[in-house]
Design a protein around this ligand. Structure first.
Ligand code: NDP
Length: 250
């Protein structure tokens, strides 16, 4: 998709400084949207993405906002609305992993993954819900994972948070469909980002061996599906989970 299908739409992408979120922000902008991203640590990277968005002739905004804090979500939503004049799209992408087998997992590891991955999605959905409802349209895409569908050794916290995102997506789809609000989830398999580059080589090789298409996915290959779900072409899709995994989990 690259045909200004999202011209003048206002979009928020959480965790848009690097990786999949950065690719999503750029793809939405390429399709015409004005895009606000948030980040926690990567300020230079976030500003670079905004520069690229502006070079395309769109408006861009980078805001330091922690997705675990509802007040930050409200602040970000209001800033994007003020800057763009409208808000149509929310992509909940920010996420982390803190892997450990369950008998070694600390309370902190459990809480931080659930707070960022799952509560973060709730915070932003809650912050846009009133706006989308009042205007009678909106698109939400939540980034889950194939490990939320199948579980994974060493990732009970991560898999639970990603499975939670699927339950959240389906429930909100039921609640908000009558207001012309579509909400879907995208479940990537192994994608080449810092999250994966920092994984032990043995873990990477094991995952690669599962991928039917024989290669690790690229962030842009997730981004194009997100843009599609935000477009008019996907207007009759809601409550769905779409895997982008090269057949890693069939
Ligand atoms: P990265 O680690 O490359 O990027 C994570 C992003 O989330 C960064 O922009 C980071 O911002 C942001 N972030 C993390 N914590 C917070 C927070 N508390 N508040 C605001 N922003 C935060 O991850 P990926 O690009 O690989 O992953 C993106 C999403 O895709 C995640 O939800 C992940 O679970 C999911 N996913 C990834 C897969 C993969 O193979 N890469 C596979 C399946 C799903 P900053 O760095 O500035 O703090």
């Amino acid at each position: 998709m690259n045909n200004m299908e999202l011209a003048n739409k206002g979009a928020i992408v959480t965790g848009g400084s690097v990786g999949i979120g950065a690719a999503i922000a750029l793809d939405l902008a390429r399709n015409g949207a004005n895009v606000a991203i948030n980040y926690r640590k990567h300020v230079d990277e976030a500003n670079k993405i905004v520069e690229e968005i502006k070079k395309m002739g769109r408006k861009g905004l980078a805001i330091q906002a922690d997705v675990t804090l509802y007040a930050d979500a409200e602040k970000m939503v209001q800033s994007a609305l003020k800057e763009f004049g409208r808000l149509d799209i929310l992509v909940n992408n920010a996420g982390i992993n803190q892997d450990a087998v369950v008998w070694k997992m600390t309370e902190e590891q459990w809480d931080s993954v659930m707070d960022i991955n799952l509560k973060g999605c709730f915070n932003y959905i809650r912050a846009v819900a009133g706006i989308f409802k009042a205007q009678g349209h909106g698109r939400i895409v939540n980034i889950t994972s194939i490990n939320g569908l199948r579980g994974k050794f060493g990732q009970s916290n991560y898999s639970a948070s990603k499975a939670g995102i699927i339950g959240l997506t389906k429930s909100v789809a039921r609640e908000m469909g009558k207001f012309n609000i579509n909400i879907n989830a995208v479940a990537p398999g192994l994608i080449e980002t810092d999250m994966v580059i920092n994984a032990p080589e043995e873990v990477r090789q094991k995952a690669l061996a599962e991928i039917v298409l024989g290669r690790i996915g690229k962030p842009e290959e997730v981004a194009s599906v997100v843009s599609f779900l935000c477009s008019e072409k996907a207007r009759h899709i809601t409550g769905e989970v779409i895997k982008v995994d090269g057949g890693q989990y069939i």
